[in-house]
Design a protein around this ligand. Structure first.
Ligand code: NAD
Ligand code: UFG
Length: 336
């Protein structure tokens, strides 16, 4: 079985390539390396002992992508390629809609042209906006609060309309919560450009001495310790979820929408403590103002994903922090 992985050199994509290769799939990656390094794919090959076919190209380059489809016969596509920084999306909305939405249009058009109708799409829990209650279920109202989230919702809507027109598609929309951690080999992990926006990479970089302290964005939320609560899901569990989604989709034509998260809410302080335990390092922090646009708490109800895929995350916050720390220690400057 041949699988095209768009954005496969990135954080979640590279971890998913490992699971695909280990399960016996052939993997073709396209990525323009805007937010990644081809080194990640070399490391994936080292971990698995298998080869990846890599095309460096922009997903919006229809001619180049058409050639990839001509040269390969795909049984399915996992579509990770896109831009993902919430704050940046407010400053560069055109770029976000162009890459995330237009890029998905091009991909789906070529899939249709070449008769490949199995697609797994990376959506995000951000499409729920600020939920009225938690845990979050798949049928909750959707109201993304920023251009990034709205670009994801637009693609979801587009995919639903494609399916309505032709029900022979097999489409999986996966709404991830907070992916974190790294492969336990310490060879691949998250490698953010510049100052990390996300909590775990920031804590890791404090632990390795790149920053003096963590800034905790608010301790006056109505949560168990006042700091923001999120659902941290180990990236390897998430990657396995993609494989199981592909398998479920292969059984019948359908459109599936699933939340992928751990089902547990952890505060910023909880994660600091888990990281301190994993690294035996003190993580100094200061409490600063809330970050604009942040919600108090978000975590998923895992019932539906478990029922449909038989998927249950295996790893907890301790394993997330141990693996993130191993990756950070082995690669203080990421893939450079
Ligand atoms: P990432 O940035 O590490 O991976 C995305 C990959 O897409 C990168 O390798 C990047 O170079 C590539 N890319 C970007 N623009 C491209 C283009 N025009 N053409 C070809 N390739 C392009 O991010 P990630 O964390 O691995 O996220 C993967 C997907 O999951 C994204 O769609 C993201 O929106 C979604 N997602 C991520 C998170 C998260 O917190 N990491 C949460 C929810 C959803
Ligand atoms: N936080 C800090 N200090 C930091 C970074 C984060 O206190 O330096 C806090 C935040 O306030 C929040 C929690 O840590 O309470 C998690 O923040 P992240 O930025 O790691 O994650 P978010 O939940 O804000 O957003 C992430 C992705 C989004 C995605 C969303 C839902 O960055 O792209 O999860 O999946 F949409």
């Amino acid at each position: 079985m041949n699988i095209l992985v768009t954005g496969g050199a990135g954080y979640i994509g590279s971890h998913t390539c490992i699971e695909l290769l280990q399960a016996g799939y052939n993997v073709v990656v396209i990525d323009n390396l805007y937010n990644s390094s081809s080194q990640s794919l070399k490391h994936v090959e080292k971990i698995t002992g298998k080869k990846i076919t890599f095309y460096e190209l922009d997903i919006r380059d229809k001619k180049a992508l058409n050639k990839v489809f001509e040269e390969n016969c795909f049984d399915g596509v996992i579509h990770f390629a896109g831009l993902k920084a919430v704050g940046e999306s407010v400053k560069k909305p055109m770029e976000y809609y162009n890459v995330n939405v237009y890029g998905s249009f091009i991909l789906a058009e070529l899939m249709k042209k070449f008769g490949c109708k199995t697609l797994v799409f990376s959506s995000s829990a951000t499409v729920y906006g600020e939920p009225n209650v938690i845990p979050i279920k798949e049928d909750f109202p959707l109201s993304p609060k920023n251009p990034y989230g709205r670009s994801k919702l637009m693609v979801e809507t587009y995919l639903r309309d494609i399916f309505l027109e032709n029900e022979s598609w097999h489409i999986g929309i996966l709404r991830y919560f907070n992916p974190a951690g790294a492969h336990e080999s310490g060879l691949i992990g998250e490698d953010p450009n510049g100052i990390p926006n996300n909590l775990l990479p920031y804590i890791s970089q404090v632990a390795v001495g790149k920053f003096d302290k963590l800034k905790i964005f608010g301790d006056d939320y109505k949560t168990h310790d006042g700091t923001g609560v999120r659902d941290y899901i180990h990236v390897v569990d998430l990657a396995k979820g993609h494989l199981m989604a592909l398998e479920a989709l292969s059984k019948k034509s359908q459109i599936l929408t699933l939340n992928l998260g751990s089902g547990r809410g952890q505060s910023v302080i909880d994660m600091v403590k888990a990281f301190e335990k994993a690294s035996s390092k003190k993580i100094p922090y200061e409490i600063v103002n809330r970050r604009l646009g942040d919600i108090p708490a978000s975590y998923t109800d895992t019932t539906f994903a478990e029922k449909i895929l038989g998927w249950k995350p295996k790893y907890d916050e301790n394993k997330i922090c141990e693996d993130a720390w191993r990756w950070q220690q082995n690669n203080p400057s990421g893939y450079e």
